[in-house]
Design a protein around this ligand. Structure first.
Ligand SMILES: Cc1cc2nc3c(=O)[nH]c(=O)nc-3n(C[C@H](O)[C@H](O)[C@H](O)COP(=O)(O)OP(=O)(O)OC[C@H]3O[C@@H](n4cnc5c(N)ncnc54)[C@H](O)[C@@H]3O)c2cc1C
Ligand code: SF4
Length: 494
């Protein structure tokens, strides 16, 4: 694991007793009644004075478990100390040393670093994520963030397929190493799930565009409407490039093949979220094509983050009511005995969208959809389930007599993803696929096809932005080594 060495400039813990004197503060948000009337971000800037106090809670642990928790290996105690000492410029340099896009993780990451923060053993973790976001926004305000083009070009050409956080991190690293990089994206805009999955109220798209402008100035070329394996033959990119990186995500959705699935008014979450994101971008989408929750009784099937993103969108579209179904039982409020620190805490969480309303229903399985005479969904039938563990496998047993019917005019399926899409690019390349449906890679991030690399959800399965960036950085080093025989690029992951 290659990580920058920690700061050597003096004692690192700003306020030695900070963790004893200062309580964790919640990140301020706009009031619910205000924010559900627009698409702007839910979170307000953390006041600087308060944030410095929060940073002072860091204990500069001898073994900082926050490092291990963060896939990027962010050097968290260093920036906490630098923020407390008002050394913001040093803080952004330290942050950028391990993370290409801290403004995205600062807003969107569930913060595994906070889950493993040592303070979390018997107190609330340091507000690492808010510190990260505040450092990068201050850096943009001060114009400390700008293009970093390479001093010389290698003459090598690399194609990156897919423009999500993995492809973008990989492209930026390879470009900085002097290679000429083109990012091919089948959609009409760059950004992957940052653009069309994640709603505006979680991250305004201007924060994606701001970073893309910098990358363009650095020399990265973006080509949209380029669907590799469909309108851009795989053979062409093999012919035209010295290396290829597959960063196409894990877009194959999990469906719910129960009776009535074919009825109108039942949609995959990504179809629903994409249309609203396009409208937020200013695209003209006809009402016939648009999927709206307005005045409808909505059921979201899937209790995870994608479901929560649907929930926040449903609120803003002014639904009549909304239920969110989850097959698993409700998590406990605090860590269970088999989920100790520093593991990720599997606890009951209330996201911004949940604060805004809706009813969460746990341990429930949808059995069938019922339609009206015009073929539109009018209700669903569901049953409560008991979760049982058998030989390491989870099973969900219907509870006799617990069946119920719920009226609904819109159902959104947010049950996760089954891995990489295989028809087209992956089939044409003949890339090996793992049992879990992901693209296979070797320790240097190369697929079974020589000169073709992979990173992000396409090789990992649906995951997180922080993992996508870490993998993009690591794959870039693999590509650089392949092209040049040596590489100075850092790789946070093996
Ligand atoms: C609704 C939703 C909300 C989420 N919210 C969060 C969150 O808040 N925090 C978090 O950490 N994670 C979140 N995630 C997960 C996170 O977005 C992903 O883990 C991350 O975006 C993966 O990055 P990636 O670059 O691997 O792939 P993606 O972001 O999926 O990007 C892949 C891109 O490749 C393109 N592509 C695919 N095949 C081709 C081809 N053949 N030719 C050209 N282009 C192609 C796709 O169009 C897409 O734009 C969320 C996921 C979803 C679905
Ligand atoms: S684990 Fe928590 S307290 Fe310790 S160094 Fe990291 S952020 Fe600071």
């Amino acid at each position: 694991m290659t990580r920058p060495s920690p700061s050597s400039s003096g004692p690192r813990v700003g306020k030695v007793t900070g963790f004893l004197e200062i309580q964790r503060k919640k990140w301020p948000t706009r009031p619910v009644e205000e924010r559900v009337r627009d698409w702007k971000e839910v979170y307000l800037p953390f006041p600087n004075d308060e944030l410095k106090k929060q940073a002072a809670r860091c204990m500069d642990c001898g073994i900082p478990f926050c490092h291990q928790g963060c896939p990027l290996g962010n050097i968290i105690p260093d920036w906490n100390d630098l923020v407390y000492k008002d050394r913001w410029r040093d803080a952004i340099d330290r942050l950028h040393a391990t993370n290409n896009f801290p403004e995205w993780t600062g807003r969107l990451c569930p913060a595994p670093c906070e889950g493993s923060c040592v303070l979390g053993i018997n107190d609330d973790a340091v507000t690492i994520k808010a510190v990260e976001e505040t450092i990068i926004e201050r850096a943009f305000e001060e114009a400390w963030v700008g293009p970093e083009p390479p001093t010389k070009r290698t003459g090598k050409r690399v194609a990156v397929v897919g423009s999500g956080p993995a492809g973008l991190a990989c492209a930026q690293q390879l470009n900085r190493a002097g290679h000429s990089v083109i990012v091919f994206e089948r959609a009409d805009r760059i950004g992957g799930l940052l653009r069309y999955g994640i709603p505006e109220f979680k991250m305004e798209k201007r924060f994606v565009d701001r970073r893309l402008r910098i990358m363009e100035k650095e020399g990265v070329v973006f080509q949209t409407g380029a669907h590799v394996g469909v309108n851009l033959p795989v053979a062409d990119i093999i012919r035209d490039f010295d290396a290829i990186v597959l960063a196409g995500g894990a877009c194959h959705p999990r469906d719910l093949p129960v009776p009535g699935r074919e009825l109108d008014g039942i949609h995959l979450a990504m179809d629903y979220l994409t249309l609203q994101n396009k409208r937020c971008e200013g695209d003209k989408i006809s009402d016939d094509e648009f999927i709206t929750a307005k005045d409808r009784r909505v059921v979201i099937i899937g209790g995870g983050d994608t479901g929560a993103d649907c929930l926040g969108t449903v609120h803003r579209q002014e639904a009549r009511s909304v239920h969110q179904f989850e097959l698993l039982p409700r998590p406990p409020d605090t860590r269970a005995s088999d989920n100790p620190w520093p593991l990720w805490p599997n606890i009951f969480r209330v996201s911004g969208a949940h604060e805004e309303g809706g009813e969460r229903v746990y341990a429930v399985s949808t059995q069938r959809f019922l339609g009206d005479a015009s073929g539109r969904v009018r209700a669903l039938e569901a049953v409560r389930v008991d979760m049982v563990r058998e030989g390491g496998r989870l099973d969900f047993r219907p509870i006799a007599g617990s069946e119920f019917t719920l009226e609904t005019e819109l159902v959104l399926l947010a049950m996760g993803f089954l891995g990489a899409e295989r028809p087209g690019m992956l089939q044409d390349l003949g890339a090996k696929i793992t049992e879990r449906g992901n693209v296979w890679r070797d320790p240097h991030w190369m697929t079974s096809v020589p000169g073709v690399f992979t990173c992000g959800d396409m090789q990992r399965g649906q995951s997180l932005i922080v993992w996508a960036i870490a993998e993009g950085r690591s794959a870039a080093r693999g590509v650089d080594l392949y092209l040049m025989g040596a590489s100075d690029l850092p790789a946070p992951l093996a």
